[in-house]
Design a protein. Structure first.
Lengths: 169, 248
């Protein structure tokens, strides 16, 4: 598809929107906020700025390989990847549409980030995530650490179903 | 001596060594949730170490990347505090050590977000978000263990008493810390009052007793380590040293 290379940076973004996050495939890497910026020069060279969700995100190198492969397949042969750390990735970047996709996928969407004043709050003061299956707030956080760095484990006392929450960070 | 390089090595080595220690729990946690939690924290710490050491290598300018620094330095060149290289012991000891470190780390990273070096500030800002849930996790466990059963209380108190002499190294500001407080970021040298406030508050709520200050170990920052670091590095470095340059 040589035609892709002749269009603007929006067409590059369109290609990147076709890449699902390897660990949360309900979202693509653009709506997840991993892709921060795209540049396209007149001679067709592409620069993509990416930021990791977590410092030790093990999926990052796979995502970078997929970006290069997807762009090559669409006629962009000169691709440069740049990793940026600032501003730090936050779940506040997720749009309402992205949050709805998470919920439909069975993952409770993140609440808005709040700056806690106390470093070690009382355990009972933990916020209750709404169950993505039945909507009940009668839930309990079992662990802040789940199957991937970005998720916490909860349990719904109403529908008796364990579920994951996309952690607000 | 390049202060920034030396300071970045400390930041990287503390997290690399502690991350490796925590990874030893993978598959051995007392319950599945904690197995996953400790592995997750290990992953964060190793990720942070990779960022700090990568920057250290670029600051040094001799072509060493994060892997070269992690896998091809010997004990004497490691700059971590001794606290993080000590064996894990039981779950209580691992958690108490983690809390003592996390409480210090989050305070340090908060201040490092003000670093004059933009990339360092960016890495610190990201790591700080992770350190916040790390200290919440380890702090909550100190509360549970201290204020739990007679057995868990006893083990947590023993760990606190035994680890306390290793905390001085995090707080004692040497010439590198003082230089960093001028050249790298304000307020990174004197973290002791803030750290003591956080630690003593959690220790009190956990019904534990804060040990009295006495002899404090030192030397890790200068490369004089306990016997334990060599064994840890043997295991961590053997693959990279047996197959130099290997990738997968």
């Amino acid at each position: 598809m040589v035609s892709g290379a002749s269009a603007g940076p929006d067409s590059v973004l369109e290609v990147l929107r076709g890449i699902p996050d390897p660990e949360v495939p309900a979202l693509d890497i653009v709506e997840l906020g991993i892709v921060r910026r795209v540049e396209l020069t007149s001679d067709g060279a592409v620069t993509v700025e990416v930021t990791p969700t977590y410092s030790g995100c093990p999926a990052m190198s796979m995502i970078e390989q997929e970006i290069v492969a997807a762009l090559r397949a669409n006629g962009y042969d000169q691709v440069e990847l740049r990793t940026v750390y600032s501003p730090a990735w936050t779940t506040d970047w997720l749009s309402d549409a992205a949050r709805a996709k998470l919920k439909a996928y069975g993952i409770a969407p993140p609440g808005h980030t709040i700056a806690e004043q106390v470093l070690v709050p009382l355990i009972s003061s933990v916020r209750h995530a709404a169950c993505p299956y039945c909507g009940s707030a009668n839930t309990e956080r079992k662990s802040e650490f789940g199957s991937t760095a970005c998720k916490a484990i909860h349990y719904c006392h109403h529908c008796r179903q364990p579920f994951e929450e996309f952690k607000a960070i | 001596m390049d202060v920034l390089f030396e300071y970045l090595l400390r930041l990287g080595d503390d997290r690399l060594v502690l991350g490796h220690r925590l990874s030893e729990w993978c598959g051995h946690g007392p319950v599945l949730e904690e197995d996953i939690a400790l592995a997750n924290v290990a992953l964060d710490l190793i990720g942070q170490a990779s960022r700090f050491l990568g920057l250290a290598g670029r600051v040094e300018g001799k072509g060493r990347d994060e892997d070269a620094l992690a896998y091809f330095r010997d004990v004497i060149d490691y700059r971590n505090v001794k606290l993080v290289e000590l064996p894990n012991g039981d779950f209580g000891r691992t958690i108490v050590r983690q809390f003592l470190f996390d409480a210090w780390s989050v305070l340090l990273l908060e201040r490092l977000q003000q670093a004059t070096h933009a990339e360092l500030a960016g890495i610190a800002a990201k790591a700080c978000k992770e350190a916040r849930y790390h200290v919440r996790h380890s702090g909550e466990w100190v509360l549970r263990l201290g204020d739990g059963t007679e057995e868990s209380h006893r083990r947590a108190q023993t760990a606190l008493d035994e680890l306390w002499p290793y905390t001085g190294e995090m707080l004692a500001a040497d010439e590198v810390d003082r230089a960093a407080a001028g050249a790298v970021a304000p307020g990174v040298a004197a973290l002791e009052p803030a750290w003591r406030e956080v630690v003593s508050d959690v220790v009190r709520r956990a019904t534990l007793t804060l040990p009295a200050d006495g002899f404090m170990h030192s030397g890790g920052r200068q490369g004089r380590h306990t016997e334990h670091l060599g064994h840890l590095l043997d295991e961590m470095q053997i693959l990279a040293r047996s197959h130099p340059g290997a990738t997968w």
